[in-house]
Design a protein around this ligand. Structure first.
Ligand SMILES: [Zn+2]
Length: 244
């Protein structure tokens, strides 16, 4: 028997009346579970098993890696998250990042705390004028997932030769910013200094302070740096991110 807290990342229909859930747990990272009968109209569970909902659950291990849910209790229904467009799409970006970046069946306590914190912050935030995927809490979550994944880009000195600033380019392959001589002919792109500063500030401050760490003008650049690092080092392209 497995007893754990979990956040629902994704729900897929399965068979006549079952659902297959992707869950994020503190102790086992990402896991899949089948909720038998969850889509029957009489099911007490079904309505709770929506993306973004935080549960306390018990499950049994079945064949392979799939857990079978036995019981669920809602810890936080994420009310406030699904009211309208902005607060639907911003948490959607957080759940997608968790889904694609956090490994399966590995301890993920830091990532779990980060994702539940991000969802709670977004649930309380007012919709912004910027696109939801550039919400400070969404970008703060991505940057902190870089750190949890051991992928913090080197931004204080040249990631290729170790030389001092000024730094002119960004190379995910080199692992960070590069100096003007290393930039030439490297295929690296131009470094956005405001984005680099915002990324450092997002790493240094708690997620709750993300709106103070990032300016509207640097959000695109932060998303770009994070997207390049995830693609280069994990082979993950986030759908919500800037097309690469
Ligand atoms: Zn260099």
């Amino acid at each position: 028997m497995v007893e754990t807290e979990a956040v629902v990342l994704r729900t897929l229909k399965y068979g006549e009346s079952d659902a297959i859930l992707t869950l994020l747990t503190p102790g086992m990272g990402r896991v899949s579970a089948i909720a038998k009968g969850a889509r029957k109209p009489t099911s007490k569970q079904g309505g709770r098993l929506q993306p973004g909902v935080r549960l306390q659950l018990s499950a049994v291990e079945g064949r392979g890696d799939l857990l079978t849910l036995r019981s669920t209790q809602v810890v936080d229904a994420g009310s406030g998250l699904w009211m309208e467009g902005y607060r639907l799409r911003a948490p959607g970006s957080v759940l997608e990042a968790a889904m694609r970046i956090i490994p399966e069946h590995e301890d993920a306590e830091a990532a779990y705390n980060l994702i539940t914190r991000a969802l709670a912050l977004i649930a309380r935030t007012d919709p912004r004028d910027t696109p939801p995927r550039l919400d400070p809490y969404v970008l703060g979550t991505q940057v902190k997932l870089l750190a949890i994944s051991g992928l913090v880009p080197q931004l204080g000195s040249c990631a290729a030769c170790g030389g001092p600033p000024p730094l002119a380019g960004f190379s995910a392959m080199a692992g960070g910013a590069v100096c003007p001589s290393c930039l030439v002919g490297s295929g690296a792109e131009r470094l956005d200094p405001a984005a680099a500063d915002a990324l450092v500030a997002l790493l240094a401050r708690p997620l709750a302070e993300a709106p103070d760490a990032i300016t509207a003008g640097s959000a695109d650049g932060v998303e770009r740096i994070a997207a390049l690092m995830f693609r280069e080092h994990l082979g993950v392209t986030l759908k919500s991110g800037t097309p690469l």
